[in-house]
Design a binder for this molecule. Structure first.
Ligand code: WT7
Length: 647
């Protein structure tokens, strides 16, 4: 059987899955032949997880933008590539056809070249959700520069850390951005960051909200002036730079359980192949569909399923600048109605937040264009799933619950819309080529983990989720520190990629992700590292020590609970809490602000000095009856005190 690119039935899924496992090289080699290569690859896969070394499509050369832009500009030049909806309901929308997007990407690639950018240079992008953000990303890819997008909510310190880690040479930003009724001073924050960044030579600034900013002579220039110059020169095309399959495409920073955020590095070819394949299969994309992914491009979801996945498929990708609740909680539904959106991909936290506004707001919205709904970022609770299914999908749209990570590049476990069964709160089955395995803490493989699932046990099993074979879009390294990549993902279990997630598997082989098993929080689908947050809090002069845990939060999924030992007697708690929040906002960003702060005089520690987070988690969850054995603690009395002072 030759492999169909788009799987159309459950039987076909099983057949394709089987082939992808039995002969992965043949499978991915065939899939990859659907792309435009400048030079064909000679070897599909070369790998070991010990180093790790992961090389896909070796010898091949390509440029992802030829696959995202040129090939569609040739065959469907007038198809909208991007539709942009402003934060402001009054402001006109913008539509860029494939031809227009190609031209603008080429012109901006020329701007980058004029600034001295060459293949391999790193560029930091800190922008609002406007078409120029997608243009900037694609222009980097066109010229072979490695983009590092930093989400617009991160602080100056976070930006500086990221710029310095990758020695970025150039920055692309905007004067400011809009989010609901707020204006975000992007350039001012960037200027504060750049005080610490010697590697940055040039800064290109998009005029978005015309807020007052400083423009440094010799360093800063306006986007529109740069582009104008290129247009004056009559430039409408820029030859895409040939990239080796394994040349890095981008870096995206993400938090882990220890230390500063890591720069996850993705490759050119494998990332392209996998995001395209999963976009087309998971969402069952049909030519002409309008795809609306509500994520910000500052996160991996936006990279893979606003920009590269949809554009490499010739789809129309809708980009929204604003927030779901402004000017009111009907904004997503207005957008669906206005553009006749066919595929809506959002996060459980957004669904839960919109649920709380009731269904009255949906009454005059026409959602009949919707065919497929998706969720990502955290486990979706059944209540939210049913609300989404009933009120948004009108019980006729399949919901794909897509499990993946910044490190995986694309969706690894999900049902295929309308093709494989959906089960509320289950991500269900692995994508072709993906071999999940459940392991116990000690590395013991849990039965039924052979990829054919021929030996499924007769009851639901649970364990830590790992993956035992490479896939094209997996992380290649952590920028500048390969050893950190190895220890974080490949050393926990020999010859396995460890995800950090706990997981159940039912008797049919469906996977249900239960959440992180490491010290990583998932707050509104955003990853927060506890160590990183504790370090930020501890850098406040008043703080002696702190411990962060997550607790169930109705909207955010997880909330942040901070236990803090503070200097001195009789502190003004309100004041101290505000100072701590300001410190977190300054060092990381407002997304990491604790939801609850409890001042304590001590933390539960083992005799070797390790903080017993398990106990703190129980207290934060309000489950103070079942704290387990606390007699081995250095000082069991602190637990009592903490329990008594819960607010
Ligand atoms: C972590 C990855 C992948 C894009 C968004 C987040 C959790 C993600 C699901 C899902 C249950 C999920 C996991 C994962 N997660 N999708 N469908 N069901 N949990 O990317 O910041 O890299 O976070 O998000 O815990 O490890 P990320």
């Amino acid at each position: 059987m030759s492999i169909p690119y788009q799987i159309k039935s459950l039987e076909q899924y099983h057949e394709v899955y089987k082939q992808s496992i039995e002969n992965p090289e043949k499978f991915w080699g065939d899939i990859a032949s659907n792309f435009r290569w400048k030079k064909p690859f000679d070897q599909v896969l070369d790998w070991n997880f010990a180093e790790p070394k992961i090389e896909w499509f070796k010898g091949g050369q390509l440029n992802i933008t030829e696959n995202c832009l040129d090939r569609w500009a040739e065959t469907q030049s007038d198809t909208p590539a991007l539709i942009w909806e402003s934060n402001d309901v009054q402001e006109a929308n913008r539509v860029l056809t494939y031809q227009e997007l190609l031209t603008q990407v080429c012109q901006f690639a020329q701007v980058l070249k004029n600034k001295g950018i060459q293949k391999g240079d790193r560029i930091c992008i800190y922008m609002p959700m406007v078409p120029e953000l997608a243009i900037a990303i694609l222009a980097c890819a066109r010229i072979g520069a490695i983009h590092s997008v930093v989400f617009g909510g991160f602080s100056a310190q976070s930006i500086a850390d990221r710029i310095n880690d990758a020695s970025c040479k150039l920055v692309i930003t905007a004067d400011g951005g809009y989010r609901g009724n707020k204006e975000i001073p992007l350039k001012n924050v960037m200027d504060e960051a750049l005080v610490q960044c010697d590697s940055v030579q040039k800064v290109i600034v998009l005029a978005r909200n015309n807020m007052p900013i400083s423009m440094l002579k010799g360093r800063d220039s306006w986007w529109h002036e740069e582009v104008h110059q290129v247009i004056e020169q009559g430039i409408t095309f820029f030859e895409a730079v040939a990239m080796d399959a394994e040349d890095p495409l981008f870096i995206l920073y993400t938090s882990g359980s220890t230390g500063k955020p890591k720069g996850v590095v993705h490759s050119s070819a494998g990332y392209m192949v996998y995001t395209n394949y999963t976009f087309i299969n998971v969402f069952q994309y049909q030519a002409g569909d309008i795809h609306f992914c509500t994520a910000d491009i500052g996160w991996i979801t936006g990279h893979s399923y606003i920009v590269y996945g949809p554009l490499s498929a010739g789809a129309t990708s809708l980009m929204f600048e604003g927030i779901p609740t402004w000017p009111d909680a009907g904004r997503f539904w207005d957008i669906v109605d206005k553009y006749k959106v066919n595929i809506l991909y959002t996060a459980p936290t957004a669904i839960r937040s919109l649920m709380s506004f009731g269904t009255e707001i949906l009454r005059d919205k026409d959602l009949s264009s919707l065919k497929v709904l998706g969720t990502v970022g955290e486990p979706i609770n059944e209540e939210a799933w049913h609300w989404y299914h009933t009120n948004i999908g009108k019980e006729k749209c399949p919901i794909v619950d897509t499990w993946w990570q910044t490190e995986t590049g694309g969706i690894l476990i999900s049902n295929l819309a309308g093709i494989t069964p959906q089960i509320p709160s289950y991500a269900t089955l692995p994508m072709p080529g993906i071999q999940p395995i459940l392991v116990q803490e000690n590395g013991q493989v849990i039965e039924g983990s052979d990829a054919s699932l021929a030996t499924l046990p007769s009851e639901i099993v649970s364990g830590n989720l790992a993956i035992k074979f490479p896939w094209p879009s997996m992380i290649r390294t952590t920028y500048g520190d390969h050893e950190r990549c190895r220890t974080t993902y490949f050393s926990m279990y020999k010859n396995l990629y460890f995800t950090g997630d706990g997981c159940l598997r039912d008797t049919e082989g469906n996977y249900r992700i239960t959440g992180r098993v490491d010290d990583v929080l998932n707050v509104s689908g955003h990853r927060i590292g506890t160590a990183e947050l504790e370090n930020a809090i501890n850098s406040h002069t008043g703080v002696i020590e702190s411990a962060i845990v997550g607790y169930p939060h109705e909207i955010k999924g997880q909330g942040i609970y901070a236990y803090i030992i503070y200097h001195g007697e009789g502190i003004d708690k309100k004041n101290a809490a505000q100072d701590i929040q300001a410190t977190v906002t300054r060092l990381i960003g407002a997304i990491a602000k604790p939801d609850k702060i409890q001042f304590v005089s001590g933390l539960p520690k083992t005799r070797s000095g390790k903080i017993m987070r398990r106990i703190l988690r129980k207290i934060a969850e309000g489950d103070t009856e079942n704290l387990g054995d606390i007699s081995t603690l250095l000082d069991p009395s602190v637990v009592e005190e903490i329990v008594q002072n819960v607010e």
